[in-house]
Design a protein around this ligand. Structure first.
Ligand code: NCD
Length: 334
């Protein structure tokens, strides 16, 4: 409890109360996105590392924009340019970046648990910007903020997730977050990507069902989350791109089966015409660009909470302020 907000490594260990708190803290930052002058001086003089060991455009730019709108400087490491190609270990790279004395370490890595591992070795806050198939906490938070804004609540919603759930850190973070608010989940995609074991993930008792017909998955959904199809993985369920489109694509005809006010989300990047048609992605029920705008606000709140802390007296998260981080155990699951 005490170290909860020292790092942001996963949503699984956070309570509904703490998740709501982060979402509430994002609201003033949402307001700032609407201003013509968006730059604050809150983190002036601070430096945020953006260490993207795995490629990313949206998330890296979003964290970079969040840092700069708070007045911080950034240090960028991108997979292509990194000395990882020269054989340096993750820990050596992290220690070298850390030796330049940044104040926060945002990282993405293709291995599940990589952010947790780095957090155990660094004194500064670590933010997981996606680790393997494990979690993508800032994406889960920005999705929740978008749902809360559009639906007015996060409670008791029917959430359908379409696509390759087994490899999706986005799906996992969403299930861990929304499950705490009593949401029910329907997971749908090729059987290979929607194994029955997934019914056991999420907070204890979370109703999760796996279905294999998209029509069935759309009935009663309040929120439809479409995942990107990694086309290079289509050989796993032995599907051609056309088969996938025929069986699982979210299109206007299928959307007729869904509730009139069903909200459509996609974490991006979208493969237009594969997992979703342009008319659905750009239609009135889609919130994909709101997700992107909210992403900056949520990431501003995350950086603010980790580097400054909340206003005195507002929340137990304050307990972390000034407390030393024990080297081996300072992660969110403590
Ligand atoms: C997601 C990711 O990288 O996990 N993208 C993102 O962060 N917006 C989803 C994806 O790449 O399919």
């Amino acid at each position: 409890m005490t170290y909860r907000f020292r790092d942001l490594l996963a949503l699984e260990p956070l309570s509904a109360d703490e998740l709501n708190f982060i979402l509430d803290q994002s609201q003033p930052f949402q307001e700032i996105q609407r201003h013509s002058l968006k730059k604050l001086a809150t983190l002036r003089g601070k430096t945020v590392v953006l260490a993207f060991f795995e490629n990313s455009t949206r998330t890296r730019l979003s964290f970079g924009t969040a840092a700069s709108r708070l007045g911080a400087d950034t240090m960028n490491l991108q997979a292509e340019a990194s000395s990882l190609k020269k054989g340096e270990t993750l820990l050596d790279t992290a220690n070298n970046l850390n030796a330049m004395k940044p104040d926060c370490f945002v990282m993405r890595h293709s291995s599940s648990g990589a952010a947790d591992f780095v957090a155990r070795h660094l004194e500064i806050p670590v933010v997981n910007a996606g680790d393997g198939t494990h979690e993508h906490p800032s994406q889960g938070l920005l999705d929740a903020l978008t749902i809360r804004d559009r639906k007015g609540t996060l409670k008791d919603l029917n959430v359908t997730i379409l696509g390759d759930i087994s490899h999706s850190r986005v799906a996992r973070s969403n299930i861990h977050l929304l499950g705490k608010f009593g949401c029910r989940f329907t997971l749908c995609g090729p059987a290979m990507w929607v194994p029955r074991e997934l019914e056991k993930i999420g907070p204890p008792g979370t109703p999760i069902r796996c279905v294999y017909r998209v029509e069935e998955a759309l009935e009663d959904a309040d929120v439809i989350m479409v995942l990107r199809v990694q086309t290079e993985r289509l050989h796993e369920p032995s599907l051609s791109q056309n088969d996938y489109i025929l069986l699982y694509q979210l299109n206007a005809e299928r959307m007729r089966l869904a509730k009139k006010d069903a909200l459509i989300l996609h974490p991006g990047p979208i493969n237009r015409g594969i997992e979703i048609t342009p008319e659905v992605a750009d239609g009135p029920r889609s919130a994909v660009l709101e997700q992107v705008t909210n992403g900056v606000a949520v990431r501003m709140a995350i950086l603010y909470l980790l580097m400054v802390g909340a206003t005195e007296g507002t929340h137990p998260a304050l307990e972390v302020k000034g407390e030393p981080k024990p080297k081996e155990s300072a992660h969110a699951s403590d």
